[in-house]
Design a binder for this molecule. Structure first.
Ligand code: NAP
Length: 494
């Protein structure tokens, strides 16, 4: 009997109050509130759902709604439906309070008082410096109910010590099972697809190991520069802004052992094992295995752009890296000897994110050597399009026996007509439902920082500046040499 397709009947969320600290900020207006509107339109909102935005500004609710409507219209590709927007906006409220003033929380308490039993989400879309204060003040105002959850946005610390400080302070108020540390890459449809590919098909598992995979590349390329966030970025850099979280999380999903179930801790335990198995990069390894770069003026999509040091808010002698490429090794039975090359940067040639798995060459070719063009390759693309491409060698049509690479491509947008969920839609839904699978656990964060900190320490002790690269390129030449000396080339440079 054919099984019923349940994908078209998403389950409604439980009754919830979502308190959005930083409700007037960039992230809230550009991502979070549009994502909540889309969940509303999808029919997921329960009878008792409220979103209470919080910021210091003393604007009236109506003015706030106008602001959110305007920004949502800009940031939702399909725009807003006037009737649905009006209905959604009835769930939306605004409270002007200063998160550092304990007395102000009485205003929030008054809004929440009538429904203490329902799920209560505190989404902290503010600077991390406020996390501790907000949690302490929420507790003092008696707002942390058994059904409460706190959501923390990145950056979760600047190093292991500061991350631990945040974790301890937040952990003093909320137990670990009520803390949701967001890495929005884990909410991307393509990452879910990678899990489906690996653990829903018996086909790939026997191939997913040393001996059959020669190396793995993970690239997250951005075309944008630092935009208006120069001051923030200059204190952070690509290693801490991208590698410590997004790239390492992608590496974990790619490399982890099959979990025994999809229970949050079963998945997170396996990711943790990967992080623990990463071979530490000590000072002498950093020079040979990590390349840092900084963009200079160039052109992106044919338009001239300034260099990093000319951007607003950036000191003229800044040594902050806007690009990192590195070679990582996982010391485990499955992955010993298989290099993982990670690469990310701003002002790169393309806005793209992909995981490329290169399989070994055939052990012996019966064809003319000139025909064996490339080994098999599996490309999991997260953006610009969510797709999976398997490159195989096939016979070139014609009389002679010649080979050529052909792509077996699955483009999710073409294959699945259901509109895809934005990462924040999925993650917000999971928080309200209480599913921690896609959120980082405290020990994962700790081990990731332990691996990252020595790289930064080595840079701080070195006099070398980041290598300059032209905006609109794929980074400094040293990044090509890093992979080239092992006999490989970056995907796209083949
Ligand atoms: P933002 O635009 O600067 O917004 C900060 C928000 O916090 C504003 O609503 C601000 O409103 C509010 N706020 C600041 N101090 C406050 C206080 N004392 N009491 C109450 N509210 C206060 O920042 P953002 O870009 O939205 O980023 C928010 C967080 O998400 C940051 O940690 C950021 O690193 C992280 N993040 C952002 C993005 C992104 O794309 N923007 C992506 C990933 C992570 P008032 O000034 O009116 O109080």
């Amino acid at each position: 009997m054919a099984s019923r397709d349940r994908s078209k009947t998403p389950t409604q969320l439980p009754d919830f109050d979502l308190v959005l600290f930083g409700g007037t900020g960039d992230l809230a207006l550009r991502k979070l509130l549009p994502a909540l509107y889309r969940r509303y339109v999808a029919g997921l909102f329960p009878t008792h759902a409220r979103i209470i935005s919080v910021a210091r500004s003393s604007i009236q609710r109506d003015d706030y709604l106008t602001q959110v409507e305007h920004s949502s219209r800009n940031f939702l590709p399909q725009g807003l439906d006037a009737t649905r927007w009006r209905a959604f906006s009835r769930t939306l409220d605004y409270v002007g309070l200063d998160a550092t003033h304990p007395a102000d929380y009485a205003k929030l308490a008054a809004k929440l008082a009538d429904r203490p039993a329902q799920v209560r989400v505190f989404f902290l879309s503010t600077a991390p410096a406020l996390f501790e204060t907000i949690c302490r003040n929420l507790a003092a105002a008696d707002l942390v109910t058994p059904g409460a959850r706190v959501v923390l946005e990145k950056p979760l610390g600047q190093d292991r010590v500061s991350a631990e400080h945040i974790n301890q302070n937040v952990g003093a108020i909320f137990p670990e099972r009520q803390i949701y540390r967001i890495d929005h890459y884990l909410g991307k449809e393509a990452v879910q697809n990678l899990l489906a590919l690996r653990f829903g098909n018996a086909l790939f598992e026997p191939l997913w190991r040393r001996g059959l995979i020669s190396h793995v590349q993970i690239t997250v390329g951005e075309q944008i520069g630092v935009e208006s966030r120069g001051a923030f970025y200059d204190h952070t850099g690509a290693l801490r802004d991208m590698v410590q979280n997004h790239l390492l999380q992608l590496l974990c999903i790619m490399a982890m052992e099959p979990p025994v179930s999809n229970h949050p801790d079963a998945v997170r335990d396996e990711k943790l094992k990967v992080l623990r198995a990463l071979r530490p990069l000590v000072a002498r390894d950093v020079a040979s295995n990590v390349v840092r770069g900084q963009y200079k003026a160039g052109a992106v999509n044919g338009l001239p752009v300034v260099g990093y040091l000319e951007e607003e808010g950036i000191p003229a002698d800044s040594a902050t890296e806007t690009f990192v490429a590195l070679k990582a090794q996982i010391d485990s039975w499955r992955w010993a000897g298989v290099p993982f090359y990670l690469r990310t940067g701003k002002r790169l040639a393309e806005q793209s994110a992909d995981i490329v798995i290169h399989f070994q060459d055939v052990p012996h070719s019966i064809f003319e050597s000139s025909d064996t063009v490339t080994a098999n390759r599996l490309v999991i693309s997260l953006q610009p399009r969510d797709s999976i491409t398997l490159t195989i060698l096939a016979k070139n049509p014609g009389e002679t026996m010649r080979l050529r690479p052909v792509d077996l491509r699955l483009d999710m947008a073409d294959t699945v007509r259901t509109p895809q969920l934005d990462a924040y839609e999925r993650l917000l839904t999971d928080v309200i439902k209480g599913n921690l699978t896609l959120f980082m656990r405290r020990d994962e964060l700790d081990v990731a920082w332990r691996w990252i900190d020595p790289i930064r320490d080595a840079w701080l002790q070195s006099d070398e500046r980041p290598k300059a690269y032209t905006a609109g390129s794929w980074g400094p030449a040293a990044a090509s040499s890093l992979i080239g000396r092992d006999g490989y080339a970056w995907h796209g440079e083949l």
